[in-house]
Ligand binder design. Sequence first.
Ligand SMILES: *Cc1c(COP(=O)(O)O)cnc(C)c1O
Length: 469
Amino acid sequence: MKYLSTRGGMAPQPFSDILLEGLAPDGGLALPESLPAISADTLEAWRKLNYAELATEILALFIDDIPRADLARLTHAAYSADVFGSEQIVPLKPLNKGMSLLGLSEGPTLAFKDMAMQFLGQVFEYVLDKRQATLNILGATSGDTGSAAEHALRGKRGVSVFMLSPHGRMSDFQRAQMYSLQDPNIHNIALKGVFDECQDIVKALAGDLDFKAKHSLGAVNSINWARIAAQVVYYFWGWLRATTASGQQVSFAVPSGNFGNILAGHIARRMGLPVRRLVLATNENNVLEEFFRTGIYRPRPASETHATTSPSMDISRASNFERFVFDLLGGDADKVRACWNELAVSGQFDLSDKLPEFETRYGFVAGVSTHADRLNTIRSVQQETGVLIDPHTADGVKVAANYVEPGIPMIVLETALPAKFSETIEAATGKPAPVPAHLQNLASLPQRVVVLDCQVELVRDYISRHAPA
Ligand SMILES: *Cc1c(COP(=O)(O)O)cnc(C)c1O
């Protein structure tokens, strides 16, 4: 299995090479040359597997340059009851009105990003070890991604993490989750600025090719193909747990931001998983909903990006979307390049001629959920089922409810636990969200963070002094 770029300008590369790179050299995103097809018989044979075994089967289809026995060791270390709190790893929990929740948030940081990051941590360490190489991950976070990356990479050989965060602008819980890590390879750098300024500093340093090479800078952003591949696994898992018969269809509803999570669902469907609909839910930042309604992709400037109560979906452009556009355009890299050239010139591109295919061929439908919808949904789901859901999951449930069909299970992806967003839970229900027992003393743990003025030279200097050569 070799990988190509959505823009057509990259020679085929093995998995281990694209693993450590961000964008392809031509500015595109890496994709497998072809997708493996899963037969109905194979699917049935997978019913008896546990989560780590299923992950080995599926990831082996995408990763042929790591021996299978080694891959199995990595998936078992990533998806263990120790890390995810129970043998199920991803529980399927019944809700009401034909819906159920796929519990993707049982990992260390209580959000679905752990699902991919835990595997990424294992496979990074493995590949770096083989190559006798080191990597310094530089990233910026406003919450979930940074903490998932730090928890996955803490203590891993060959990797250090330099994570920039906006000083004083994350929730107490998110801060405690990141800053309480005492591992010497984790560096929390709080900058006196906003998230966008942190992001600009990452771009400036990663764009300084001498500095980047000298310190082996890398990234763990959401365009990393290994993250998408790891996410494909739980769509199969959800189908296996929600159905009893071969060929039975299910639908998935996905709270979306960067289009990484639902892209994995699209890949699973193209591999032959019997998925009827992929229901894309956005919050007030509806770049993607607008695309699926109109065929026009129009990213927004930061000034038009609203700060909402489902903050992990507050995006202005969807960094994984290009991989779906590549499929929509029949895998024609010239047409993909033309779209992104058009975007650079006019701020949007128009694929409305493909509009009829979005649902009929790809199963995609979309909807918007607002602050009021989140509060209502959190409240009504709790009243009717006793289950407390987080604000992002509530966006998913709200939009999913419009697409439930008789006889077709609607599986809503639970992308975070309510404890992470307790203020909004309190606004909806009148009570704060319960904190899981093992995290109750989190806020009182000592924190390890350096605070710097928001200047690229200060960050450069810090990395130069602390990055292992
Ligand atoms: C990251 C995140 C999302 C959005 O996922 P994408 O892959 O960016 O579409 C939704 N909910 C939560 C809680 C998240 O952390």
